[in-house]
Design a protein around this ligand. Sequence first.
Ligand SMILES: C[S@@+](CC[C@H](N)C(=O)[O-])C[C@H]1O[C@@H](n2cnc3c(N)ncnc32)[C@H](O)[C@@H]1O
Length: 393
Amino acid sequence: MILEAPSTLPKPDLESAAHSQKCADYIRVRIADAGGSISFAEYMQHALYAPGLGYYAAGAIKFGADGDFVTAPEVSPLFSYVVARQCAAVLAQLDGGDIIEFGAGSGRLAVDVLTKLDELGALPDHYRILEVSADLKERQEQLLRVECAAYLHRVEWIDAIPERHCGVIIANEVLDALPVERFVRRESVHQLRVGIKNDGFEILEGVAPPELVAAIAAIEADMGMRLPYGFVSEVSLAAPGWVADVIAGLQEGVALLFDYGVSRREYYAPDRSDGWLRCHFRHHAHNDALLLPGIQDITAWVDFTAIAEAAMTAGADILGYVNQAQFLMNGGLQDELKNMMQYPAERQIELSGQVKLLTLPAEMGENFKCLGISRGNISQPSAFAAADRTHTL
Ligand SMILES: C[S@@+](CC[C@H](N)C(=O)[O-])C[C@H]1O[C@@H](n2cnc3c(N)ncnc32)[C@H](O)[C@@H]1O
């Protein structure tokens, strides 16, 4: 039964369970229409984005203590303040420009970036948000109206990637939310598909379509080895196209892509034979994506080599690739910490705890990375000045 989560997972309340059942029913119809199975990528697309039913398309809280997971901007405003400092440096080089944020979640990063940019006297002409979830768009508007009324006239929500853009692009944890294909290496590459089993779903092996075969062939050629028999992993066929579209409109400026991820060599290392899928439900992480459709987050770590390749193919340059701790330390966290001294002791203690969460290697400091991409004559922002690992990609 789909809604019977393992005992380690909290039980969903009745309303959430009913919602998940509706989402599962929707997916079951798609599977039946497709003749008995759909690709894992299609399953993930429905479970996250089915209109009114998918995890991001419906009204679950998602972010923060009452949700399923926390992201860096939800952990602390200090993350966004450092991002703002980097934006200010780029906008100064361009003598102005706009910011576009993809997948703005609750709107927290937008609020804190704008607040800091105002403090620095470096507000962008426009702060544009491209968000695929109608529910989140509404929540972002509410938050910005309450906390950012003074700059609301600079903020606009857009439905398509602009054809021309000068300034900064920000995407925090968007790449990991794009649907991925799952595959298993046999004599040939098999696609992992999702079928119906009793009241729930099951994983099936099927013939891989040519685009998946080609993607694995390219990975194996780059790795200089054939992946081991039985090796299961993921590949995002969507991400390179998304990066190309995002970069296509960038006339001059920088894109900062944050996410948990590794280089291709680490992603497809032979000992990593069960892939990089991660699901989140009420702050419990596990890897069974077939559970709780519509009420749990499904993500996959990012192959940053693939993202860098897509950016370069689109004619952009790589500015740097650093872990989150390094991004923050290079990018102005110390100046923010100096500002902390003006706060009451309790707030200082709270912020110190947040800094640990953002920077310690066992927390978010190492697994999360920032890939900086640029187009035009842009000098490297300070966030990439030390411990750049671009050579590992
Ligand atoms: C894991 S959440 C991250 C939210 C936020 N950036 C944060 O850090 O808290 C993923 C976000 O990406 C959005 N998203 C997913 N696919 C997208 C796409 N193709 N374009 C723009 N946003 C997308 C989701 O709706 C959601 O807002």
